[in-house]
Design a protein around this ligand. Structure first.
Ligand code: ZN
Length: 236
């Protein structure tokens, strides 16, 4: 909503394990959340748009996390190409996740996560320093403190606009079980097409894609760009 007060922006991975933690630690009604694969370095466009729409923002918090699948895909693409090729991702995803780490060596995916966080922080600082006073910080979520139910159920991919709402409340309204949804939150679907592709082709067991088609959600035209996927429009 245009009239909401936003003091902080939190940018995180779409990983289904994180959303309750982010809700409880950050979602105080004045914190806008964005999420993508990692988060990806391309989140910078959504962050810039968010600070322009909400000049009152005082802080941008970038959150990487332990055991990140996006870093696992990058690691496979660099060091275990047959495993990567088996996922069937497009050349554009390959270029996006590998080219920027060209010439760099990593012992494991955790090092890729650290590097991606630093790259994103530098890009965000450059992108917003002329238009916002917001302080940019980078933090890392360990998974040790997150209590998740055992077992592998069916998962969903939820495509949402950036919002101050708690994702657990959104999932409740949609009848989705907690921890079952990967959530991508961005202003424009075209900015996160590689993230959506990664989510659907990595072995995340996503059976359903739901997209916000309500008054504050994505336009019919944007949703039409996803027509090759079986997307269920949802309205809030
Ligand atoms: Zn992740």
């Amino acid at each position: 909503m245009a009239d909401e007060q936003v003091r902080k922006i939190v940018v995180s991975c779409m990983d289904r394990r994180l959303h309750e933690h982010i809700d409880s630690k950050f979602k105080d009604g004045e914190t806008l959340s964005l999420s993508s694969a990692g988060p990806s370095e391309d989140s910078v466009r959504s962050v810039r748009k968010a600070v322009l729409e909400h000049p009152e923002v005082e802080a941008v918090e970038l959150l990487t996390h332990e055991d990140c699948g996006a870093s696992g895909v990058t690691y496979a693409a660099k060091y275990d190409y047959s495993a990567y090729a088996g996922m069937g991702m497009s050349q554009s995803v390959f270029r996006r996740i590998v080219d920027r780490y060209d010439g760099m060596a990593f012992r494991d995916k955790e090092e890729i996560t650290q590097e991606r966080g630093r790259l994103l922080r530098d890009r965000v600082v450059r992108a917003i320093s002329r238009v916002s006073e917001a302080k940019v910080t980078l933090d890392h979520i360990g998974l040790g403190s997150i209590k998740m139910p055992q077992g592998e159920g069916e998962h969903s991919l939820l495509l949402l606009k950036p919002s101050t709402a708690k994702s657990s409340e959104t999932m409740d309204r949609l009848g989705l079980e907690r921890f079952s949804a990967y959530i991508v939150q961005a202003y424009n679907l075209r900015d996160v097409m590689p993230d959506i592709e990664m989510a659907l082709k990595a072995p995340l067991h996503i059976k359903k894609v739901l997209a916000d088609a309500g008054p504050n959600g994505f336009s019919g035209r944007e949703l039409a760009s996803l027509r090759r996927l079986d997307v269920h429009p949802v309205r809030f």
